[in-house]
Design a protein around this ligand. Structure first.
Ligand SMILES: [Zn+2]
Length: 375
């Protein structure tokens, strides 16, 4: 793992803001790091905590002091990580703060925390966890008002902060309304729009940008030892999310490539039955993720046909599909391929906004046919 702020991929603007706030002693009491999933919000929060707890007291963590060593396992007495946990049964939930998760959950937490310590891009996701529970927030109030016993800054990182229910949010709000010296809250969310305005307004907002393809490519080459062309293909499909890119390493890209060819063949052919057969799984089941993947691949396909048309062969990402691309470009190269890319991009946007999947696929098919069959 790289040292210091380099552990966080990209996000140079936010790193700079944090570094200068730390250097000038101008840190707010609470920050809300928001942006799409997988862009490095957790990694930023963890690195910020590392720097602030480091015995050297600079704007970079030294990596060798006893505090930095504790942070290597995310086991630091002044750091509290908070994330959604499974709810207990109704009777227990109404009891009180002594309510502890059961052994199985504790083991899972231990395992996932270790994973997160190794890779800050790992997302802690305890099975059946829905909400950030009240005892967690009570812990905050108890721990943040503690004084004397432990010295130094006390840092609370709340992952998936949008998962606080009303009760938890209200409890946190009370803590945020009366900030305590030496206590810092770092809230992280991919769904800021679902959070209470009262909480948001108590935090300094830090919007985390989508990563660029170049940033993802560099990270994949360095951290996953991927060859450049594979890294470029995956970065293109990851839509600015490093976590997504790593997930894609485990999927069968070749199969998706083949699916694209078969999809394009069906929608351009004369048989409407073939089109329906080809898209059956999207028209009947809820295969939103799969559809999103297919559409991302179709986007890469159109990009490659444009590259091919311009004669820049060596920049093609679907390198093992040159033959198919060549035939497609020979036949459709004169059509408005940029308009096709717009159509696919808009469809992806609709999918992400949860528009009814069969409708998105049908509309995509009709529009692509219209453009590619235009005289
Ligand atoms: Zn240190």
């Amino acid at each position: 793992m790289p040292s210091n702020w380099d552990r966080v991929i990209g996000q140079s603007r936010i790193k700079e803001t944090m570094r200068s706030a730390i250097a000038g002693g101008r840190l707010a009491h609470a920050y809300l790091l928001w942006g799409n999933a997988g862009v490095g919000k957790d990694a930023l929060a963890i690195e910020c905590a590392r720097v602030l707890l480091c015995a050297n007291g600079g704007t970079e963590a030294c990596g060798t002091c006893s505090s930095c060593r504790k942070m290597e396992s995310l086991q630091h007495p002044n750091l509290k990580l908070i994330y959604p946990l499974p709810g207990s049964d109704a009777k227990k939930a109404s009891s009180d703060e002594d309510d502890q998760p059961d052994t199985e959950v504790i083991d899972e937490i231990r395992r996932q925390t270790a994973e997160k310590a190794k890779d800050p891009y790992f997302h802690i996701d305890i099975p059946k966890a829905k909400f950030i529970r009240i005892p967690s927030i009570r812990d905050i109030r108890k721990q943040s008002s503690m004084s004397g016993a432990e010295t130094g800054k006390r840092i609370f990182i709340i992952f998936d902060a949008d998962a606080m229910n009303d009760e938890a949010a209200n409890a946190l709000l009370k803590v945020l309304e009366e900030p305590l010296d030496g206590v810092l809250f770092l809230l992280v969310t991919s769904r800021k729009e679902t959070m209470k305005q009262t909480i948001i307004s108590r935090c300094q907002l830090m919007q985390c940008a989508m990563l660029t393809d170049a940033e993802i490519v560099a990270a994949l080459m360095e951290r996953q030892q991927l060859p450049e062309r594979d890294a470029a293909m995956i970065a293109r499909l990851a839509n600015g999310s490093y976590t997504r890119a790593v997930e894609l390493l485990g999927t069968d890209i070749a199969q998706y490539r083949a699916d694209v060819v078969s999809f394009m063949r069906s929608i351009l052919g004369p048989s409407q039955i073939k089109i329906m057969e080809e898209q059956e799984e999207y028209l009947t089941g809820n295969k939103r993720d799969r559809a999103e993947q297919l559409l991302s691949m179709i986007l890469v396909w159109f990009r490659d046909t444009v590259v091919m048309r311009e004669g820049a062969r060596r920049h093609i990402l679907n390198a093992d599909q040159e033959g198919d691309l060549e035939r497609f470009t020979a036949r459709f190269g004169t059509k408005d391929l940029e308009a096709c890319m717009d159509v696919v991009e808009r469809s992806l946007e609709l999918l992400r906004r949860n528009v009814y999947l069969p409708l998105v696929m049908l509309s995509l098919t009709v529009q692509l046919r219209r453009i590619l069959h235009a005289k």
